[in-house]
Design a binder for this molecule. Structure first.
Ligand SMILES: CC(C)=CCC/C(C)=C/CC/C(C)=C/CC/C(C)=C/CC/C(C)=C/CC/C(C)=C/CC/C(C)=C/COP(=O)(O)OP(=O)(O)O
Ligand SMILES: O=P(O)(O)OC[C@@H](O)CO
Ligand SMILES: [Mg+2]
Length: 227
């Protein structure tokens, strides 16, 4: 099982986007701690299967971030299960997960599952709309972080700014309230400097969209975590 406490950098690959073999190879061998396969829309059994088969040729751990039931399959090194704490609809906090457990509980490899308490902070992100989020105040965010750790004992609290660079001061403040739970930060990291800024406060930075815009810039974010 993957130990997220030992991570500092991960790449998130979107199964709904294409990536050349050479680029995938350098990403997997970049020194990143893991590859997460996940996305908000257009995630299907076929595109997850194809991408996972390609990533699993490399030794880097490969995890599936489950966003739809149709694309769950065996073979991953771990499974990340989101619970969107600032959703207005219980469905995205415990509802879909509850339905999945009712249906599949005998098949779920619990020792490979990690729950992520998500807090989505970019109103323009697809996931903000898809999971029917409401924008929390900074005080709300801190309370969600404390809730994730102290009430639910989630292994991961995920500050998600997908598509835009977030508020480093808030990340710093949230970090002060977590002891056991690992703080993931994701959103808008496109340069070495941005990676350094967020890595200063978050335990793990997640780098996604820049992979598809500027591969060399994406690779520099790994270096930023290896200094
Ligand atoms: C071995 C084997 C076969 C095991 C099977 C185990 C099994 C059946 C497990 C099921 C366990 C379980 C509890 C499953 C729940 C599944 C589920 C569908 C949960 C719902 C999760 C949820 C609330 C999803 C909402 C969306 C979300 C939070 C997505 C996260 C990903 C994300 C933010 C990606 C970034 O998106 P992107 O597309 O890149 O967006 P941008 O445009 O902004 O870039
Ligand atoms: O795609 P970006 O903006 O890098 O965000 C990474 C990740 O947090 C998305 O879920
Ligand atoms: Mg994306």
């Amino acid at each position: 099982m993957c130990n997220v406490k030992e991570w500092s950098h991960v790449f998130k690959l979107d199964p709904n986007k294409s990536i050349e073999e050479d680029d995938l190879s350098v990403l997997c061998e970049s020194g990143t701690d893991a590859i997460i396969i996940g996305g908000t829309d257009g995630v299907t059994f076929d595109n997850v299967f194809d991408l996972s088969e390609r990533v699993q040729r490399y030794t880097v751990p490969c995890l599936l971030e489950v966003s739809t039931m149709e694309a769950i399959m065996p073979g991953f090194d771990g499974y990340l299960i989101p619970s969107v704490l600032n959703s207005k609809d219980k469905k995205f906090i415990t509802g879909i997960q509850h339905e999945a457990i009712k249906e599949y509980q005998d098949w779920i490899p619990w020792n490979q599952m990690l729950v992520e308490g998500y807090c989505v902070l970019n109103e323009e992100a697809k996931v903000f709309k898809a999971a029917e989020c409401e924008l929390p105040s900074n005080e709300d965010v801190i309370a969600y972080a404390v809730m994730a750790e102290q009430m639910f004992h989630f292994p991961i609290f995920y500050l998600e700014y997908s598509g835009t660079f977030g508020n480093a001061e808030l990340v710093k403040e949230v970090r002060k309230h977590l002891q056991q739970t690992t703080l993931f930060y994701g959103g808008g990291i496109e340069s070495y400097e941005q990676a350094v800024t967020m890595k200063e406060h978050a335990d793990v930075i997640v780098v996604g969209n820049v992979i598809y815009k500027d591969m060399q810039a994406a690779l520099r974010t790994v270096k930023a975590c290896r200094q």
